[in-house]
Design a protein around this ligand. Structure first.
Ligand code: ZN
Length: 341
């Protein structure tokens, strides 16, 4: 485990609201509500509890859990603190490059624009405190919120990209995969593509071959999960240079994959389809990127050169510029050169 903890790592699939560690949620709650919030302390317990009994509705229960985090980050102060803590937690796990993603929300405290500005300011400020970690932002469209919201979000993303060109790098399509239709979001995603925003879309998270095919034919950069991709579709990913973001613990805990050894990572790895290891929501699923690498290494009997390849895959698929990629490559290669045993 030490090997993975010390390894400089790249995280490409992390949702801001789900990535706050348990201790940080507590810290955030205390800062926002004060020490006497017993109701709050009781509720955080529920946040990371996953009942053993499997049921068909496990995935939708996972989505309910996020509502709690969204409440904590519904004020500018909460959101700013949460962003800083998430970056700190990844930096503590020796993540040297992080792509955070989030859906801009509007509520009584903030507009969608203010939501994004708060996060972007927190990311900029984190350079002072955690200079070792490079942080980018992907702006998400929540497929359950409909096309009007999607259109507004894409326009905002294009605007934010021009204001923060080194931080705002791409867009994501996420949210409950059982809701909404990919086709409806095509015009918005097309617009994002034309504006040179990279696309990392949740795809084939549930069994819907037709939709997965529509998405692949549309062409995008990275596929979140890809759990139900057919072998033919995986081959198409290879041809189109699409990298698959594998989130082992997230898939097992949400029940879209039965067990670690059943995970489609094996199929991707065996067939030479480029994949990366990510956490998805390391706070909700109580994991770290180091832990995910350790699990992958044990379950799939990966050797050090396989782990090194996974890191190289992540550099190739990262939405950063070539100077940053060279720097990441040097740091990671050095680690593997220094730790051959
Ligand atoms: Zn995700």
């Amino acid at each position: 485990m030490d090997f993975f903890e010390n390894m400089p790592k790249i995280e490409l699939h992390a949702h801001l609201n789900g990535s706050l560690k348990m201790d940080s949620i507590r810290e955030l709650g205390l800062q926002l509500y004060g020490e006497n919030s017993s109701d709050f302390l009781k509720r955080i317990q529920e946040f990371t509890t996953f009942p053993e009994d499997m049921d068909a509705d496990k995935l939708s229960k996972c989505f309910q859990k996020f509502a709690f985090m969204h409440e904590l980050t519904s004020s500018r102060k909460g959101l700013q603190l949460a962003t800083q803590m998430v970056i700190r937690d990844f930096a503590r796990d020796n993540v040297i490059y992080l792509e955070l993603r989030t859906t801009p929300k509007n509520n009584e405290h903030m507009t969608r624009r203010e939501y994004l500005e708060t996060i972007l300011e927190a990311i900029q400020a984190s350079r002072e405190s955690y200079g070792e970690i490079i942080v980018k932002l992907l702006i998400s469209i929540d497929r359950s919120q409909g096309v009007d919201a999607a259109e507004e979000i894409v326009n905002l993303a294009i605007e934010m990209k021009s204001q923060y060109p080194t931080i705002v790098r791409g867009m994501d399509l996420s949210g409950n995969p059982a809701k909404g239709h990919f086709k409806d979001f095509l015009p918005s995603l097309e617009k994002a593509k034309k504006a040179d925003l990279h696309l990392a879309l949740h795809c084939a998270e549930i069994d819907n071959e037709e939709e997965a095919q529509e998405m692949l034919d549309f062409q995008f950069d990275r596929c979140g999960h890809g759990t139900y991709l057919t072998l033919k579709q995986m081959e198409q990913c290879k041809e189109q240079n699409i990298t698959i973001e594998c989130c082992l613990t997230s898939n097992v805990k949400c029940g879209t994959v039965k067990d670690y050894d059943m995970h489609h990572f094996k199929r991707l790895h065996d067939n030479g389809i480029r994949s990366v290891i990510c956490t998805d929501d390391c706070g909700v699923f109580d994991s770290t990127l180091s832990q995910e690498f350790a699990i992958a290494s044990t379950v799939f009997s990966l050797k050090k050169n396989n782990i090194h390849d996974l890191c190289k895959n992540a550099i190739a698929a990262a939405f950063c510029d070539d100077v940053e990629k060279t720097d990441l490559r040097q740091r990671i290669d050095k680690y593997f050169a220094d730790n051959t045993e």
